[in-house]
Every structure is written in structure tokens, then in C-alpha cells.
Design a protein around this ligand. Sequence first.
Ligand code: LCS
Length: 421
Amino acid sequence: MKTDPKKSERFRKSTTAIHAGGLERSIYGEMSVPIFQSSTFAFPSAEDGAARFSGEKPGYIYSRLDNPTVNALEENVATLEGGFGAVATATGMAAVSSVYLSFLGRGDHVVAASCIYGASRVILESELSRYGVEATFVDSSDLVNIEKAMRQETRMVFVETPMNPSIRLTDLAGAAAIAKKYGSDLVVDNTFASPYLQRPIEFGADIVIHSLTKFINGHADVIGGMVVARDQEHYDRVKKVAALFGNTMDPHQAWLILRGSRTLALRVERGQENAMKLARFLESHPKVSWVSYPGLLSHPQHELAKRQMDGFGCMISFGVEKGLEGGLTLMNNVRLIALAVSLGGVESLIEHPASMTHACIAAEKRREAGILDELVRLSVGCEDFEDLRDDLDQALNRIGEYKIKITPLEAEMEAFEEPGC
Ligand code: LCS
């Protein structure tokens, strides 16, 4: 769905999250967007049907192509991101793969950040490589690395910021300038920040991706994705490819996510307030060896965070005493915080990327990307700070109390034929 310029741009971001992406109210005056649970839409006449197919007349055809409830969610997210339009997808990975499939072909080269969600990297490494697409992975926290990897045939620069799971940042304006200089697109996975804290299109990105499963939905109950395009050309391409390949979203899923998006501002404000306090608490805890959180003065890109983000976000990664063994003790002893992958919900979650979300990346490449075996990732939710602090404190204090047998992660992973991400 393309954004409606009459409805967008007039409001600030909390108001936008609550109001953007409505439909005309019916005679009943409903406040919530109805769920148009219909796979197909009747045409008033054969001529009208043909005119809809040819694009001469607006109107719905079939829900894989367009659906009013899905369009409402697309307009909501596109307006929040300041994009021309957006395409909703069944999952975050359907958004990532729709973007790859839309813009990459045989002979093309991608410069991708080495520290991205495991599956986004593995598609480039072992799937698209089968179709003649080549990728170079670089530490995108330093723009020099991006520039060095650029080639004549580089078609796309693909980054995350903050990165999953190192919580390092990519300089958006700098990356956009490099991409532009080489005639390539800048694609930014903005899942970790959410449009409430960061809008990459303002800094020159061509495409923004979201796993809506995370902050935009915010309640750990729906999977979904979104591609937001800077302009008509990029939008048309993704729209066509996502519909052709069948990556699009179901109306019931869209309705739930739109309900989540209405409270984005409240949830992110509360989560990042907790995260800032927890990051400071962790930094001063004797069992914690390092903390990566953009709000801390110790974060090497704290100044960049202030320039390109409206807040420091809800994601923290850290290492503890006794490395991996200490991390396992911590994760096995939290009581309130759930040991689970995913992020961005009202409830706090803790996980171990090297053996879980990023296990599908080879151990050596993982370490090169800063995804250390000892790294523990925390998604901070909206609970009372004191309860989160006390839970982490009691679990951290158990480190060293008993021994855990550690299987080397490489050996463990070889046991799986297809480690998941
Ligand atoms: N992009 C990022 C930055 C992600 O973190 C994820 C999932 C995806 C895309 C894919 O989205 P999905 O298809 O799952 O909606 N990240 C996960 C994580 O870190 N833990 O579990 C899933």
C-alpha cells in the first residue's frame, strides 16, 4: 500500500502509530479496522474485473495481492518510517527474501554486515550463491570496511543497526553516501530500533525491513514482516515480487499487528527506560565483564546513537565472569525473565546467540562478526525495573556456585545437520 500524503506527515510519531492506517469508517462507525477475512473480492462486472487487473481502475481482486486490513497495516508502518509505501509479508524472513529476490540477480554483488540476524546472512551465503549472487561480509560499524568491499557490480549494501546481537551500530548517513556513490541500494533492517527510535529513509536508505514479530507487534503472539520503500520504483518492484512469490500477509495477522503498533510509543519508551537502568546496573555488577548498550558512555558509538536515534532502545548484550559457563548459569537461573529467542515484546527475554539465533553461522565467522560465545542477549520489556534487576542479580550471583559441563559449540553444532536460526 502506498502512503496517503493527505493523512501522513501531519502528526508526530506517537499519534501516527495510533492513527495512521485507518480505513474509511462504515455506517457503523467502528473504531477498529475490520478484519476483511476474504480471499477474493467480487467484481461489479466483467469489464470492471478486467480494468482492475490492468490497473486502470482501483479495487480489490484477491488477498494475496491486496487486502484492506493488510493495506491498513502497510500504511501505518510506511507512515511511521516516512516511506513512499510498504509491503507486508508473512514473516520477517519473507521481507528479507522479498528484498533479495527483488533486487539481486546473477552476477550481482552484495556488501552485507557480518553481524546480522543468522538467517539473513545464511540466505546470502548458501542459497543466493546458488543463483550466482556473491556477498562480502564486513564489520559495518566502520564505514571504511563497507567502502573497501564495494565493487562495480555491487547492487546492494545490507545492514542492521543496532546489530543483532552485538548491539553495535552502522552509520546510516555514511552507509547511504557510499551506496549512492557506487550506484547501489542501501537496505536497512530496522527491527532492533523500530521506527519510533530510528527512520533510516531520513538518512538516505532505499529500503527498510522489519520483522514485525518484534517491537511493532510487541506481544510475542504473531509473526510478520514489512518492507518499506523510499520511492515508487522500489515499491513497485517489491510489491510485484512479494505477490508473485506468495510472501504476502494474511488479514487476521495484519489486524493483530496493527493493534500492537498502536501502542508502539508506550512500549518502547518504557522498555528503553528499563534498558538504560539495567545497562547501568549490569555495568556495575561484579559478575559482569562487559556490556554493549548504545546509551552507555562506554559504547564506542554512543555519539552516533545520539545523532541517528531518538533513544537508545531496549536491546542489551553482555558477557559475564567465566564466559560461556557463566552465561549458561545466568540463563538457567533467571525466574522472571524468560529464556527464549525473539525480542521486542512487553516481556523480557534472554538468549544465547552463539548456540541459538546465530548457530547457523560457522563458528569462526561468528567470532569474526563479534558474536562471541560468551555473549548473552537481553530484550528488555515493560515490567517494573526493580523486578528485572532483582531477577538478574540473583541469577548472576549464582555464577561460580556450581560447575557446568561445556560442550565446545562447534562440536555441538556439527551434531545438527541443519542448525536453525
Ligand atoms: N531481522 C532481524 C533483525 C531479526 O532479528 C529477525 C528474527 C528477522 C529479521 C526475521 O524475522 P522473523 O521471520 O522471525 O519474523 N530474529 C530473531 C531473533 O533474534 N530471535 O528469534 C528470531
